[in-house]
Every structure is written in C-alpha cells, then in structure tokens.
Design a protein around this ligand. Structure first.
Ligand SMILES: [Fe+2]
Ligand SMILES: [Fe+2]
Length: 375
C-alpha cells in the first residue's frame, strides 16, 4: 500500500470518474470528494499529502477550500484544476490558497500525472527538510549541553591545576627557606639573616615597581645569597674576633661557592647570577667581588640584596659589637651611595626606613608566601 494519498474535489461526478480511471495505474491512493465540507472531513480522518480541487462548486469555492486547508494543515500540497482561468481566480488561489500549481481543464493526462508525482516529491522533500531541521536543532541542543558540561570540567580541572601549581610553588619556597636556615644556623649570630635579607629585598623590589616575577626572584636570591657560606670553614664563619686578611679572603669566596652550588639546579638558573654578584660594588672598584662588575652589569637583584644585606648586618648584634642604630645605617647608606651601592637602591631603602622606622628591621618577620602567590 502506498504512503501517498491525493484527494480530488469536484462537484461533477464525471470528472471524478475520469480522474480515477486516469490514476488507476499510479502508485498513490486516490480519494474523491464532491464538496468542500466533505473534503475537509477526509483531511481530519486520514493523512493526505496532495489536494486538487475545482474552483466552481456549490457552498464552498475551491479557493475557500484551499485557503481553509492552508490554515489547518499548511504542509499539504494544494493545487487547483479549473476550467475558469480568469485572472482574479488565479490570483486568489495563489494569494489565499498559496497553491503549488494551477492546472486548466481540459487537462493533458500525462502532464497531470507528472504534476502529481512532482507534488508528492515536493511534499516528501519539504518533510525531509523539516526532519533534518529538527535533527539539527536537537543536535545543536545536545552540543550546547555538552559544551556546558565540558566548560565546567575545564574550569574545574584548571582550578585543580592552579591549586597544585600553587602548592608546588609554596613547597619550592619552603624548601629554599629550609636550605637558607641551615646556612644561617652555622652561626648563632646570623640566625634569620637570610630570611630578613629576602624580606627587605622584596620590599625594595616592590617599591621599585618591579613585576611580581622579579620580586619573587629577588626574594629567593635574598634567601640564598649566602648559601656559599656552607663551603667556608666554621672556624672562620663563627670567629668572634675580627678576621685576618687571609680569613677575610676565605669569606669572600662565598658568592662563587654559592653560585657553584646552585648552578646544577635548573629552576634556579635565574637566581645564580644574582647570588654570584651580591658583593660587587656599584662603581666597579676592586672592593667588589668576585668579578668587579659595575653599574648595570650587576644584576639588579644583586644590587638590591647588597643594600638589604648591609642594613640587616649593621642592625644585628655581632660577637664583637651590638646592632647599630638606624641613624648610623642611614649615614652609611648615604656615604656609600654611588660607590658601593646603586643610588636608586639606596633611595628606595631610605624611603622604606623613613616610612617604617624600627618596624622595618624587626627580627622575626617572614615573607608571606601564601599572600604573595594568591594575589
Ligand atoms: Fe654575602
Ligand atoms: Fe649576607
């Protein structure tokens, strides 16, 4: 049985019979109605794809019937088969009935059959397009849904990664801190020295407006600046009296030893030169060591650390003297600005000391790595 049905509507029984004869061998089912009302009842009771109607009929004209069908079942393909080809009827059928074709009586048999086949194709094609549109819409919804889920997952994973990264960075800094503490522990007098130099240096770096990444490098370099003292004899490090020139030469090796110790650590490669040059003099004079670099040749973190180191050392007690007051430190900074120290670093330190006073050199301060990494 065919899934195509055409309904012919005509008030002349002879015409309907002729049509049925003509369609006998076609693969579609053929229904006939002699009135508009009867045609509409058919449409309610079964699926029909094509309607072909006469125009002049009692009670309801063909145009009225097609217009009613268009309102109720717009997908049905509508055609008019009429002997009256007046312009106004054709225009009405097109405008109100939105018809697919207008066929004139008497018709050509083959043409009529061909037109019907086209009408079914037209119906099927429109149905297929509708179906594809529906499928596309559904797939779009599914895709949007998947996208949302995916976005959520990516957000979640990104957050997990960021958290892990944060944990790792904290662990990294804590490890370096432990190393620095081990160095300072060699001498009771220098306990906390490296941490404080790191803190002072990071404050200077911030005041200089350096980017976060560089502030961190300055802090880490501050922590590690004296790591080379591991390689200097304890007797020299902890000697309570002033050092002899030979012993002083031994101490002066610590920046190079430190650089050598850190060299193999890949993630500290930026820190190595900062450690190596933290005792260079800004004027490039022979007082500086180990390479007698000058000015901008000296890494900025090294210049910052030298000032921090000096302030920390001068304000801390030593076996042979007490920590010095800030005025003495300020005087010293002024005195050596431009020779030992980068004047820019001295200015920044003087500002910090002016702003914070004694608070700046508090002994128990620590760099707040959590706060630093979170911001
Ligand atoms: Fe040092
Ligand atoms: Fe130091």
């Amino acid at each position: 049985m065919s899934d195509h049905t055409v309904l012919f509507v005509d008030d002349e029984v002879n015409i309907l019979r002729a049509i049925q004869r003509l369609m006998r061998n076609e693969s579609c089912e053929v229904l006939t109605a002699s009135r508009g009302a009867e045609a509409l009842e058919f449409l309610e009771s079964r699926p029909i794809q094509v309607v072909v109607t006469d125009q002049r009929m009692p009670e309801m004209s063909g145009v009225d019937l097609l217009s009613a069908i268009r309102d109720r079942q717009p997908d049905i393909v509508r055609m008019m088969l009429t002997g009256y080809t007046e312009m106004n009827v054709a225009v009405d059928a097109i405008n109100r009935g939105e018809i697919y074709r207008l066929i004139t009586k008497p018709w050509n048999d083959e043409e009529l059959k061909a037109t019907l086949r086209q009408a079914f194709d037209h119906y099927d094609l429109k149905g297929e397009i509708r179906r594809l549109n529906q499928v596309t819409r559904e797939q779009n919804f599914k895709l949007q849904d998947m996208n949302r889920t995916l976005e959520g997952k990516v957000r979640e994973r990104t957050k997990q990664l960021a958290d892990k990264h944060q944990e790792l960075r904290i662990a990294y800094v804590q490890t370096i801190r432990a190393l620095a503490e081990a160095v300072d522990a060699k001498d009771a007098y220098t306990r906390g020295h490296s941490e404080r130099v790191g803190v002072y240096a990071s404050k200077m770096a911030r005041s200089l407006g350096l980017p976060k990444e560089l502030i961190e490098r300055v802090y880490i370099s501050g922590l590690l600046h004296d790591v080379g003292k591991i390689g200097v004899r304890d007797a020299v490090i902890t000697k309570p009296d002033r050092l002899t020139p030979v012993e002083y030469d031994e101490i002066k090796e610590h920046p190079e030893i430190g650089a050598r110790i850190l060299q193999p650590v890949e993630f500290l490669s930026d820190v190595v030169p900062c450690v190596r040059h933290h005792h260079e003099w800004y004027d490039g004079s022979r007082n500086g060591y180990p390479d007698r670099l000058r000015g901008d040749q000296i890494p900025l973190p090294s210049r910052i650390i030298l000032v921090s180191d000096t302030v920390e050392a001068m304000t801390s007690d030593r076996p042979y003297r007490k920590g010095m007051p800030l005025e003495t430190v300020v005087r010293e900074l002024h005195k050596f600005s431009g020779s030992q120290f980068d004047p820019r670093c001295v200015d920044v330190m003087l500002h910090l000391l002016e702003d914070e006073g004694e608070n700046f050199i508090q002994k128990n301060q620590k760099f707040d790595i959590h706060a630093f990494l979170e911001v």
